[in-house]
Design a protein. Structure first.
Lengths: 517, 341
């Protein structure tokens, strides 16, 4: 428990009134910049980083931690309120979060996101404190075959969100996979579906797709029906979370953390897969418990993915601090920041500069607490945004959607793409195609292809490389059980089929959860 | 009923006002923080610098460092606006530079990677079709292996390649045509191995490449040495050779020979420089070159070179143009050998 003492020393160095003021400023700045659509945490941190230069290292840390967490949380705010996720990690939050907001439960959605972020961020940071070096050396052993197996697992899971009509679901999924193919093939340098447009060579940004299909498609759909269907006013909800809300949220928070942290700690894990897995898990658990509100704004669907997102973000500190490896855009910006503050991440970091590292980790924990303290009271205030009359509200959404799409790459061409995708979103609503499979196709398709290509390039085309890692085999076994079990069990005993399968899933979950605690 | 209605209207109005205040605050923050990025040229002396990749990348670092030195030492008469034009490995930025024909207030940072991309994307122009101003720096590539690799020297790698090129899994942080891809290909040619036989795995930059090396997923990595100072000094990775004319400084780095010392006739460097659009007057070209020369002579630039581990290799005017034509030819030859053209 030596680490605990060092962490307390870190707190001692960080906790002064002046530093706390910097932290408050950092959280506020981070939240307000993060709220702008298209500006994800990476961009928010990059934009605001210069503000911290010129401060003492410790003050800079704590302000930076505030900006970082503020930026993360600000991103979820726009995802929930305006259905415009600022990065692929908050796409899952937008789904149920925006439905909740439109049902007058925006304040609850924002609150569960804030508390979930806090819990996941705190558990995640503590895990980094105690296990970073050990985890890092294990994590680099995991290679392309395992990542590919994880993608296969995610793809199999996608089939459970295809909606009522599998045909429509698959159409949407394949539309998404096609959009994901656009651009340069990284391995051969050949263009695919880019129609000789150099601007399409770098793939279509997921943010542009999500904002186009979600926000623009929805706005066009509402506009098309406004004359015949007078807009219903968004009901005024209660400002705070009820006891039931809390009771329904804590499970998803912990399960989300259990999904998010390991993925974040993997050098190529990311936040997309854990947020998605958390969403699916919560949907299944809710269905089994019999109060499935998914599709109408389920609080579990916000609490879980949001916790997974933040736990994954905390997890990225494992490769960052222990190996000096930036694995996401945000952590690349962070690496630059840390080097600016005189921290040289790498295997020797924990022993060479312990006081700086512990001060940083203490700052992260404090930033997390302040975020909660400042943002919980703000949640009802943000929620009031939605009570702007509908035409003005949608005009605002269109403005921010365009700003977001433009801010991602600063290309006017992306606005054109946004419009096209918005029309696609309108058409999909007209023909009752579900939008979620499309977005998942765009996110998962390229990841899956890239991992497959990497594994094949290393093995020289030998397919058996795909099951050359023990963890990959374990995942394939899980996948085959998930696919075969329902059929097999149904044939043997028609009635309790669903129960058997779900029990398997739950017992697994409790295991991971216990490890986290 | 009526009373209820009135109350609701006021409440809505108050909500609207709160929302408007929030939006305004957000906008203010955006303006306050964004001004460093979006500031446009204000006077006739201000200049624009195009950067062909995202903030934080190699071109971005070089370009922004040069600008900071010029602004701080009052070398440039006005201030600079930096625009990151991302897309197609620099081809999009190059198109913009070529379209700015005759624009005497625009410059672009470019380098070896852009040469390759222009070929890969079939762009109708080469870098020397713009107005080459100066080469600023050079960056050496290195041959990296995990600590427990059986390869003790570059000769071991060459021997293994000669026996069976396909048995060694190599990787780099750039796609075909980029520096990390061209280097092993030219190295193979130099030692008499058919580059088409190599097993090259593409990684998305230095981070993922390091992960693959640390996890022993690939046998040898080829990439810019600067990015690997951490793992090299801690001994987790070893450097078999460096690609430039002279050895480099640094823990775990200075012991590594150059390829020529190891008896391989190849000098390969990644370089970055500054270009102006085509069709500017000779007088303006000389002015811009003079500015870059003045920047090169400042102690701040020397310090920046040292901090970033860049090699001071400064060329201007005709020297630079000749160098560019040479580079272009070499890239074209390599890509042709690989049937990538």
């Amino acid at each position: 428990m030596d680490n605990l003492g060092l962490l307390l020393d870190g707190f001692g160095a960080v906790l002064t009134p002046e530093n706390l003021l910097y932290a408050v400023i950092g959280v506020l700045l981070g939240t307000f910049v993060g709220v702008l659509p298209g500006i994800g945490p990476a961009m928010a941190v990059a934009l605001l980083l210069p503000v911290t230069y010129g401060l003492e290292p410790i003050s800079a840390f704590i302000m930076f931690a505030g900006i970082y967490y503020g930026g993360m949380y600000g991103g979820s705010t726009t995802a929930i309120l305006l259905n415009t996720p600022g990065e692929s990690a908050s796409v899952m939050t937008a789904l149920e979060g925006n439905l909740m907001a439109r049902a007058g439960r925006a304040a609850q959605a924002l609150a569960t996101a804030a508390i979930g972020s806090f819990i996941a961020g705190t558990i995640g940071t503590l895990l980094v404190v105690f296990f970073a070096p050990a985890l890092a050396s294990v994590a680099v052993e995991i290679g392309a075959p395992t990542y590919f197996a994880l993608m296969v697992l995610a793809m199999v899971m996608v089939t459970s969100v295809l909606g009522g009509s599998p045909l429509r679901g698959f159409i949407a999924l394949f539309l998404g996979l096609t959009i994901g193919l656009v651009g340069l093939d990284l391995n051969t340098g050949q263009s695919r579906l880019s129609f000789d447009q150099p601007l399409l060579a770098d793939r279509i940004d997921v943010v542009v797709v999500a904002v186009g299909i979600f926000a623009l498609g929805e706005a066009l759909w509402v506009a098309a029906h406004l004359r015949r269907n007078p807009a219903h006013v968004i009901p005024v909800g209660r400002p705070w979370m009820s006891r039931t809300d809390l009771k329904r949220s804590w499970g998803p928070w912990l399960r989300g953390t259990a999904y998010g942290f390991p993925f974040g700690a993997l050098p190529a894990g990311g936040a997309e897969i854990p947020t998605f897995l958390s969403y699916i898990t919560e949907k299944r658990i809710a269905a089994r418990k019999g109060h499935d509100e998914f599709g109408q704004g389920a609080i579990e669907g916000v609490a879980g993915p949001e916790a997974a997102n933040n736990a994954s973000a905390a997890g990225t500190f494992v490769p960052l601090l222990a190996l000096g490896l930036p694995v996401t855009a945000t952590s690349a910006v962070m690496l630059a920041a840390l080097q600016g503050y005189g921290i040289e991440p790498g295997p020797g970091l924990m022993t060479d500069q312990p006081e700086l590292v512990w001060a940083l980790l203490a700052s992260l924990l404090i930033g997390n607490v302040l975020l909660l303290v400042l943002n919980l009271p703000l949640a009802p205030l943000w929620a009031k945004l939605l009570r702007i009359p509908r035409p003005q509200l949608y005009a605002g959404i269109l403005f921010f959607a365009a700003l977001g799409a433009y801010a991602a790459n600063l290309q006017a061409f992306d606005l054109f793409l946004l419009l096209l995708l918005g029309l696609l979103g309108l058409m999909m609503r007209r023909f009752a195609l579900p939008v979620l499979p499309l977005i998942l196709g765009v996110i998962l398709g390229p990841l899956m292809e890239f991992r497959l290509r990497e594994a094949m390039a290393i093995s020289g085309g030998d397919v058996s490389a795909l099951w050359s890692e023990p963890l990959a085999i374990v995942i394939y076994v899980v996948v085959s059980i998930a696919v075969v079990a329902p059929f097999a069990v149904r044939r043997l005993r028609p009635a309790p089929a669903a129960v058997a399968e779900d029990q398997g899933l739950t017992s697994d979950d409790t295991h991971t959860e216990e490890k986290v605690r | 009923m009526l009373r209820h209605r009135t109350r609701r209207t006021t409440r809505t109005r108050r909500a609207t006002r709160a929302a408007a205040a929030l939006t305004a605050l957000t906008a203010v923050v955006l303006l306050a923080t964004g001004c460093g990025v979006t500031r446009g040229p204000q006077t006739a002396d201000d200049l624009t610098m195009l950067i062909p990749n995202s903030p934080g990348g190699g071109y971005d670092q070089t370009g922004r460092t040069a600008i900071a030195v010029m602004e701080n030492a009052d070398i440039s008469p006005g201030s600079f606006e930096v625009t990151n034009v991302i897309g197609a490995g620099g081809s999009v930025a190059m198109t913009r530079l070529m379209n700015a024909e005759g624009d005497e207030r625009t410059m672009m940072t470019a380098g070896l990677g852009v040469v390759g991309s222009l070929y890969s994307f079939g762009a109708p122009y080469k870098l020397d079709d713009a107005t080459p101003l100066a080469q600023l720096i050079e960056d050496q590539e290195g041959v990296l292996v995990p600590a427990d690799s059986p390869f003790e020297s570059i000769d071991d790698l060459v021997a293994a390649w000669k026996k069976d090129p396909d048995s060694v899994v190599i990787g780099g942080g750039s796609s075909p045509g980029g520096p990390d891809h061209l280097f092993p290909m030219q190295l193979a040619t130099a030692v008499g191995v058919d580059p088409r036989e190599l097993r090259y795995v593409v990684y998305d930059g230095g981070g993922p490449l390091t992960t693959a090396l640390l996890g022993n997923k690939i046998d040898v990595g080829f990439s810019g040495v600067g990015e690997f100072e951490g793992p090299l000094s801690s001994g987790e990775l070893r450097l078999l050779a460096v690609s430039g004319e002279d050895r480099l400084e640094g823990e775990g780095i200075s012991e590594s020979p150059t390829l020529t010392e190891a008896g391989i006739d190849l000098v390969f460097t990644n370089w970055r420089g500054v270009f102006a659009p085509p069709g500017i007057s000779d007088q303006r070209r000389d002015e811009l070159i003079a500015m870059l020369e003045e920047m090169h002579d400042t102690p701040e630039w020397k310090q920046a070179l040292e901090d970033n581990g860049w090699i001071d290799e400064f060329k201007t005017g005709d020297d630079f143009t000749t160098f560019l034509q040479e580079q272009d030819e070499r890239v074209a030859t390599t890509l042709e050998e690989l049937d990538l053209l």
